[in-house]
Write a protein that binds this ligand. Structure first.
Ligand code: FE2
Length: 306
């Protein structure tokens, strides 16, 4: 395998101050650095950062950083891109400084999203990670930061690119075809996490952010449940109720971040063993729950006296 984890995400945001509050008080991640240009680095494990927030007002994903474990694997990605006729360039010294990696290349995926492959991420083993609020911590390490789901115009083209050129492996597919909901998705893994990436077909003629959502996984169901109620107490909009997904078995809910897109907060995601994994497909997204929550009902009244 050439790419072994989703290393970092770059987000363009409109309101960095709101994001800082959301990241610290709701997600429980740590602000590890602020740049002179106003960018904010978010830390969730031994890595210096897993997210970089750029104050550009886009409120969308700016770039996705995929990590290779070695220089040899990094070079192999070059070769695969070259053989596929994909134009790429080496990261500039400013970009290497910004991402805090030793080596990086940059190119566009079939939907035009800035995609980066790197090796040699900066870690901070000298300062043990402590979540910003009392949760057990995140499921990261060699499984990367979590997952990202992207809205794409051409699902087949995107699926072929990530599978055949970048070398991610198909986990499974979801195709929902109900009168009230049509959706086709491809799920990819590059380590035991069920998916680090999923692509969702954008309904023809619709527009909106590239990002559907990103997911962070915590170590405890209690932390998912407690965060669900914390969101309601703090008036963070809930997009969908608690539920368990069909394919990755994740117990999660979706909240809206200050940029207006969804963030999935989950636990108990199942692991993929490539020796035994068989690709399947699903016609539903959830075993139970994950019901849309109208904005007017996404916060709870003050606790009763019980
Ligand atoms: Fe998800």
């Amino acid at each position: 395998m050439t790419i072994t984890q989703l290393g970092y995400l770059g987000l363009g945001v409109g309101d960095v101050a709101k994001w800082e509050e959301f990241a610290s008080d709701i997600l429980g991640v740590v602000i590890s650095e602020r740049s002179d240009d106003g960018s904010l680095y978010l830390r969730m494990d031994e890595y210096h950062h897993r997210f970089i927030l750029h104050p550009d007002g886009a409120d969308d994903v700016a770039y996705v950083g995929w990590q290779t474990p070695t220089k040899a694997a990094f070079d192999e990605v070059h070769l695969n891109l070259k053989n596929a006729g994909v134009t790429f360039r080496a990261g500039t010294s400013e970009e290497l400084d910004s991402r805090k990696v030793m080596d990086m290349i940059s190119f566009e995926d079939p939907d035009g999203l800035q995609t980066e492959v790197f090796h040699g991420a900066l870690v901070q083993p000298d300062a043990a990670f402590q979540p910003r609020r009392p949760i057990k911590g995140f499921v990261t390490g060699n499984m990367g930061l979590g997952h990202i789901v992207l809205n794409v115009n051409d699902l087949e083209k995107g699926t072929a690119f990530y599978r055949d050129v970048l070398g991610l492996k198909i986990s499974d597919f979801v195709e929902i075809n109900r009168p009230d909901r049509q959706l086709k998705m491809s799920f990819f893994h590059c380590n035991p996490r069920h998916h680090s990436l999923a692509l969702a077909s954008r309904a023809a003629g619709t527009q909106g952010p590239r990002i559907s959502h990103f997911m962070v996984e915590v170590q405890s169901l209690d932390d998912v449940g407690a965060t669900y109620y914390l969101c309601q107490e703090k008036n963070v909009p809930i997009a969908t109720s608690l539920g368990r997904h069909t394919n990755d078995h994740m117990v999660s809910f979706y909240m809206l971040c200050p940029s207006g897109f969804r963030v999935e907060y989950g636990c108990e995601g199942r692991l993929v063993d490539d020796a035994t994994w068989t690709i399947q497909h699903y016609t539903t997204g959830s075993l139970w729950g994950h019901k849309p929550v109208p904005a007017s009902q996404s916060s709870v009244p003050a606790p009763s006296s019980r």
